[in-house]
Design a protein around this ligand. Structure first.
Ligand code: GLU
Length: 451
């Protein structure tokens, strides 16, 4: 019985931190699953037990969670070695795989010879010609075989969700190694067994996997399983030339997190870059999901500018309504009656949420800033209206000062801004006055308190 709901998966190898390029694949899969009411599997491709680390698997889960993605299921290839061994035995019995004895150095020499003769570096199938005696002799020498899956040589065809009609001659490919001499299973073999066993209906991944698809289609056939729908998206690179690397952590999801960037900004840029949708502010991941359709991927390699993430993060922050930001403000200690008017006053003046803390301290704690114009401030203090203060207090106050002193423009408001906030720029003073209240204003306009 086949399920009608799609099953997507993201299958990173836990050998480093995920970067924006990996997150792009993860988000597309997770959001398409969400949009279609399907399932999103996070599968750790950890057959390489030497390079895979449980702490990277944890970190990937954590980074996805930060982006707003929680997998419906988590699978680990390292839990499934028994199953791969079973399939390998079945393939051996059916003559679908053959043992090969070349060492890595011997294979390398073969490739170099082929290259020198201008030939593609495709495995020559020398092992297929070995007789039972040849094999026995090699094994007596202590050689252990690795196992190769015998490709049909036919043309593999599929309808790609991004690239439309695709075909690859499997004769142009090496028979893939499915298990190494030390017993380690290789990605392509394990991946197809998983996709088949887990009922994966959709494989959406980077176009660096196009050639693998031809091989994998033949593996699905060998497993007597229907292949999933394949879609291969274009790859993105950083416009700054910074290499995306799981190994170096460059442009990693955690680096954006450490910089206080809004995860939604990262998700939007990661998902929409290299598609026909322009990068723009959106309210939620659901709104992002609604825009997604694999046909929107452009076919070309696309550059993205990390500065775009900062810019979008700022725009999202400036547009955040108080109800949404309140928990984050509370986490910074910004609570109480003043929290909402405070957010209304400062939201346009910060690039990152943690900067709210500086303004909160500046406004709520006793402060005094030296002024070059104490007399003007004294005069202004005399004209400060009585409470209650509201959003009109500022304009009536400066109108009174202007009438009395004849000062206008910057000469009028800058000494007041400096005395009240200690900075030349910042939130509108009409919003700051009610937050400070009359007492605090007078204290800041007056002489420095005796210490
Ligand atoms: N572990 C593979 C990778 O990270 C998965 C590719 C796939 O989606 O099949 O490239």
């Amino acid at each position: 019985m086949t399920s009608t709901k799609p099953i997507f998966r993201f299958a990173p190898s836990p050998t480093g931190y995920i970067h924006i390029g990996n997150a792009r694949t993860a988000l597309w899969n997770a959001l398409l699953a969400r949009k279609s009411g399907g399932t999103f599997i996070l599968r750790f491709d950890d057959t390489d037990t030497e390079r895979s680390r449980p702490e990277y698997a944890e970190a990937i889960l954590e980074d996805l969670k930060w982006l707003g993605i929680v997998p419906d299921r988590i699978e680990r290839q390292s839990d499934r070695f028994g199953r791969y061994a079973e399939v390998l035995e079945d393939f051996k019995a059916r003559g679908l795989v053959y043992p090969a004895y070349e060492t890595a150095e011997e294979l390398d020499r073969k490739r170099k010879r082929q290259q020198a003769r201008g030939l593609p570096p495709v495995y020559d199938r020398a092992a297929l010609a070995l007789s039972a005696e040849d094999r026995a002799k090699l094994e007596a020498e202590g050689r252990k075989p690795h196992w190769r899956f015998k490709l049909s040589g036919a043309t593999a065809r599929w309808q790609d969700g991004v690239r439309a009609e695709c075909h690859i001659e499997t004769a142009s490919l090496s028979d893939p190694v499915v298990a190494k001499a030390d017993g380690q299973f290789l990605y392509t073999f394990a991946s197809v067994i998983d996709d088949a066993d887990m009922g994966v209906t959709d494989v959406l991944r980077g176009e660096d996997h196009v050639a693998n698809t031809a091989v994998q289609i033949e593996l699905f056939a060998a497993l007597k399983a229907a292949p999933p729908r394949f879609s291969h998206h274009n790859l993105i690179t950083s416009a700054t030339g910074e290499e995306m690397s799981k190994r170096t952590g460059a442009l990693s999801i955690r680096s954006f997190r450490a910089e206080g960037i809004d995860p939604l900004a990262v998700a939007i840029v990661a998902t929409l870059t290299g598609t026909s949708e322009s990068v723009h502010p959106l309210a939620s991941l659901d709104a992002l999901a609604a825009l997604l359709d694999p046909h929107k991927f452009s076919r070309a390699l696309t550059k993205f500018d990390p500065a775009e993430i900062n810019e979008l993060s700022k725009r999202l922050l400036h547009a955040k309504p108080f109800v949404e930001i309140a928990p984050k403000l509370a986490a910074l200690g910004i609570t109480g009656d003043k929290a909402e008017p405070f957010w209304a006053a400062i939201h346009g003046n910060i690039d990152r949420i943690d900067e709210a803390k500086h303004w909160w301290r500046l406004i709520t704690r006793p402060q005094h800033f030296e002024s070059a114009e104490p007399e003007f401030l004294e005069h202004a203090a005399d004209l400060l209206p009585q409470e209650p203060f509201d959003l009109t207090t500022w304009s009536s106050w400066i109108a009174a000062i202007q009438a009395q002193t004849g000062r206008k423009g910057k000469a009028l408001f800058m000494p007041l801004r400096l005395a009240l906030t200690g900075r030349e720029s910042g939130p509108e003073l009409k919003a700051v006055l009610p937050l400070l209240g009359r007492q605090a204003c007078l204290a800041r306009l007056g002489p420095a308190p005796h210490s």
